[in-house]
Design a protein. Sequence first.
Length: 293
Amino acid sequence: MITSPAAIRLATWLLRFAPPVPTRAFARLVGSAASFVLLTRRRTVLESLGFFRPELDHARRKRLARRTFANFAAAVVDLLRLPSATRAELLALVSFAGVEHLDAVLEAGRGAIIVTAHLGPYELGGACLAIRGYDTTAVVERLAPEVMQALASFREATGMQLIPLERAATGSLRALRRNGTVLLVADRVVGDTTTGVELPFAHGTRRVPTGPAYLSIASGAPVIVAHIVQTRKHNGARYAVQLDSPIVADASLERNESEMDLTRRITARLAAIVASHPDQWFVFQPEWLRNRG
């Protein structure tokens, strides 16, 4: 979310108008107002909503777009508070469901690959996994030094390890070999946009990475699709994390076929999750390739 360059620029713009310690309510107000100012970003969000909710008229999509900007601003505030929050505050902020799937995978001793989308503050979900005692490693794209320094404060506060994108394969395999958990974001290709594969995503087509499938086949670690979204204060929590049942590669297929099959299955789950929460999908790049219909 906040680790993509476009999201960082948007967050920086939003926070220019925030008080020194912005409240979530104020942030939501600024975020909603931003949807009327950042016209290029709004057009991108509206385009995405058309693929996720084609049945909605333009007026209803505009309301969802405003809510997307408001949700993004509120999530940024929560992320900025992460380094200074206590362990108890963070654990109270996020509820978890499906942790038994992760525990069962880790019992096999080959590590776990958690795959998510740019949905909600996924960095916060990973940080809370680390706080709960899981050996958690997240892959992040190479950013400006000041941004990497800010992310390092997340690591210091939670114990989550960070691997730059250019060392994703070796660093991830090393973490899996020690039976750790690797967190990957797999709803868009970062960097060289000619890599990855084109697959259906909701009512459109997007280019998605094959990295999670490659790592799973190379290491034997299953893939768990997970997501974090804002919730209605379930058990007092502001966010809810859901970890799905694991996906394993089809051993009866050739390696290339198995990698493609696994990528399709991961992408289908991610698309369904995002379609259920389109106003919390924080992707501001126009990367749709074509309409499926």
